[in-house]
Design a protein around this ligand. Sequence first.
Ligand code: SF4
Ligand code: SF4
Length: 427
Amino acid sequence: MRKRSFFGLTKPSFHYELATSTIADPVAIPTPETVTLYIKQALKRTSSSLKVDTPVKTGQRLVVNEGDDICAISSATGTICAIAPFLADFGREWTAVTIKTEGSDTPDTEFSEARQAPSLKTLNRYLAACPGEPEIEPLMDERNPVHTIVIYGGNADLLIDTSLYLFKQSAEAINAGIEILRKATGIEDIVIVIPEESVQNYSGHLDARMQPVSSQYPYAQPLMVLHQLTGRLPDEKGMASMGVHFIRAEAVATIGQAFSTGSLPVEKTVAVIDKQGTKHLARARVGTPVSSLLNTFDVQVNDQDKIVFGGPMTGNAIYSEDQPIRPDTDAILVQDKRVIPLYSDYPCINCGDCVRICPANVPVNLLVRFLEAGQYTEGADLYDLYSCIECGLCSYVCVSRIPIYQYIKLAKYEIGRITSAEELNEQ
Ligand code: SF4
Ligand code: SF4
């Protein structure tokens, strides 16, 4: 696999959002009539645990089969009114559970009792599907021991400042979460990544080593940060094989809040960015339909407009306002059909713009030819797929409007899937 050194960005140049102090506090979105939650597991005919008309409590684990670790956390009290298969990104099969909500919350008490033992098993069982989606499984993998936990406090994309807002509001919960993580893992080296302009605001307030990053896009992308910290990027075995584990600041705050209060958090802060680029902050239960947030801020969505979960560079389009916000939804971006850069089936004209903009010096124009043909392994071996830090700048500048970033994500997903299956077979 060819490897090249990183070099500085060329134009155009973008900056992450920083001005969190100018944002109003989030608008509270009322509990909707229904919430829909996803269990990241396929629905099977033999599923024994989920039944329509079953009452559920707020904070209750919902599983496809008794004994499963993978779950959704009910974000409201009510009755299950629909259970259906859901096809997620890359063809992943999930189960969608819709709950008709009641007017008030009856808290489930299972976690309150389990929190007395803050082990990784407890964290994985109860917290992994909560806001911020704390990913705990890699910390339990004895074959790839983790020595450093990186708390990611930067913003995941342009226009979004939810993460920095949370960081500002939740320092106490984040400290409580860090303490729990230290107890459960025994890992002392915990690093907080934050834009360099914000470091002085938190220095001394947070119980971890601070790692400032540039506010120029894409220097705060997780893979870019990983490269800055270790001088390396993960291969097909993923980040865990490097002994480093990334966890979002929101996820750490969720852990801290859950163990401090005894209740699993079920609400999220989400930025809504309308067609004019105006930002609104909302606080809503996981599972709330996107339409509830858009209606609150009078955002009209017309035929052929686009709704995106995330930001303009790396976000994923969704096809319906009825889709629910998920535990990892930071932002909802609405684009007018007149400004949407449509993807095309034009071939690459070898203009070289993608190569010039790429901060990781990937030969994108050559790589994309293999990825378009589904030759993922060849792309990885010959043209530096794993040097890509997933910033989306190549797609942004491509004159042929080739969805390069999406091809790259798909290729990494497919290779990772095959590698995991091979490892399982070898065991
Ligand atoms: S997404 Fe494109 S521009 Fe960004 S690092 Fe990867 S190949 Fe380079
Ligand atoms: S920017 Fe698009 S058209 Fe130009 S070389 Fe890259 S892939 Fe080809």
